[in-house]
Design a protein around this ligand. Structure first.
Ligand code: MG
Length: 381
């Protein structure tokens, strides 16, 4: 098992749970990064004593440098700092749990520095596509999913004789807080209502993405890229209890599923210990106590983001970066109270339909597509 880990996005929901897992596994933490939260990052620095800590925000980095001047941890900032944390020589594994497109360059940097990557930053794969998967292949490193659905699929295909044996991936979706609601009922949705997820405790961006089901749209693309499946071979089923984390259907119509309590420390730990398994702080699954598991078709008419992501995935090229960029912007604008809930899906759909698609040849091209999508959204608000 690996011993040294670098955690990008250590003050977020996945980051703090990853540190919890790293603690239990007795790993050495070489680098930590945060966007803004220097109070928590300082506590983490004092506890884990990493060689490097990075704050994306430059002013906050200056503040932190002063407050931890009595420690041996070096403080850096910005994208250069993130890239350094992703390629720090001591680390064997980089766990990338930053939120959004900002995780793309660090993921590629980690691959080039020959680090295995535990990926919680799905936007990296959605926007970067083959630029990321090619960097992983060319450098012979592992890309291990942390997202619970993708970890479930990854666990189900262990021992699978060949890719040809896989017929279909079936992603489960909780349906979020607005399952069963019509567009009419969602017209006046508040940020507070959208932030109340029934099963999972997560950061604000992804919780809104779950409410719009954009999260599942992104996960379809993420699954396609991780497991080399096209859009027609990835289904979504709404499963309200979040006990089955996803399934794989094989050519003989046998279906395997991975189950467990909805706690991210299971997929985080598996990405770190793979292919081994070890004891976990997560509780046992008691099916008799849960009683019933329920399943439904997703509502594509209410949750427009799902179809927008499917369309972008089929289009290929920069379209998935466009869908993601439009969503990152619209999601933030909704949280700031500047657009209505339903506008998120409309803006993502509009961006996919109206921005001219092209084949990105470099990360700069992906960043350009992302910028175009954000501008498209801002121009309409
Ligand atoms: Mg997920």
């Amino acid at each position: 098992m690996i011993k040294n880990i670098s955690i990008l996005g250590s003050t977020g929901s996945i980051g703090t749970q990853s540190l919890d897992v790293a603690d239990k596994l007795g790993l050495r933490v070489c680098a930590l990064t945060a966007a803004n939260n220097i109070d928590l990052l300082e506590r983490q620095i004092r506890k884990y004593k990493p060689a490097l800590a990075v704050v994306y925000n430059e002013d906050r980095a200056k503040q932190l440098r002063l407050s931890v001047s009595d420690t041996d941890t070096r403080i850096e900032c910005g994208m250069d700092g993130l890239i350094e944390a992703a390629s720090i020589p001591e680390a064997e594994l980089v766990l990338n749990s930053v939120v959004g497109m900002v995780g793309l360059l660090p993921t590629i940097a980690a691959a080039r520095a020959k680090k295995d990557i535990a990926l919680a930053n799905k936007e990296t794969l959605v926007a970067g596509g083959s630029l990321v998967t090619d960097a992983v292949k060319e450098n012979g490193v592992k890309l291990l999913p942390v997202d619970s659905e993708h970890s479930a699929i990854f666990q189900c295909i262990q021992g699978c004789p060949s890719h040809k044996a896989i017929k279909k991936l079936i992603l489960t979706a909780s349906g979020g807080p607005f399952f069963g609601k019509t567009r009419e009922e969602l017209r006046e949705t508040t940020v507070g209502q959208a932030l109340k997820h029934p099963n999972w405790s997560m950061g604000a961006k992804i919780t809104i993405d779950s409410a719009t089901m954009m999260n599942k749209g992104l996960e379809i693309i993420e699954a396609g890229r991780l497991f080399e499946m096209d859009c027609d071979h990835i289904d979504v089923v709404v499963h309200r209890e979040s006990i089955i984390h996803s399934l794989v259907e094989f050519t003989d119509n046998s279906v395997l599923a991975q189950l467990g309590l909805p706690d991210m420390r299971i997929p985080i730990q598996y990405a770190i210990t793979y292919p081994s398994r070890t004891e976990s702080p997560v509780g046992e699954l008691n099916l008799a106590q849960i009683g019933n598991l329920s399943f439904y078709e997703p509502d594509y008419d209410t949750f427009l983001c799902l179809n927008a992501c499917k369309k972008a995935f089929r289009m290929g090229g920069a379209a998935t970066a466009i869908a993601n960029g439009a969503n990152e912007e619209a999601n933030a604008l909704f949280r700031q109270g500047r657009i209505k809930f339903l506008e998120i899906g409309e803006l993502v759909t509009g961006a996919v339909n109206n921005i001219e698609n092209f084949i990105p040849k470099s990360v700069d091209d992906v960043i350009l597509a992302d910028k175009q999508a954000r501008e498209y959204v801002r121009d309409r608000v």
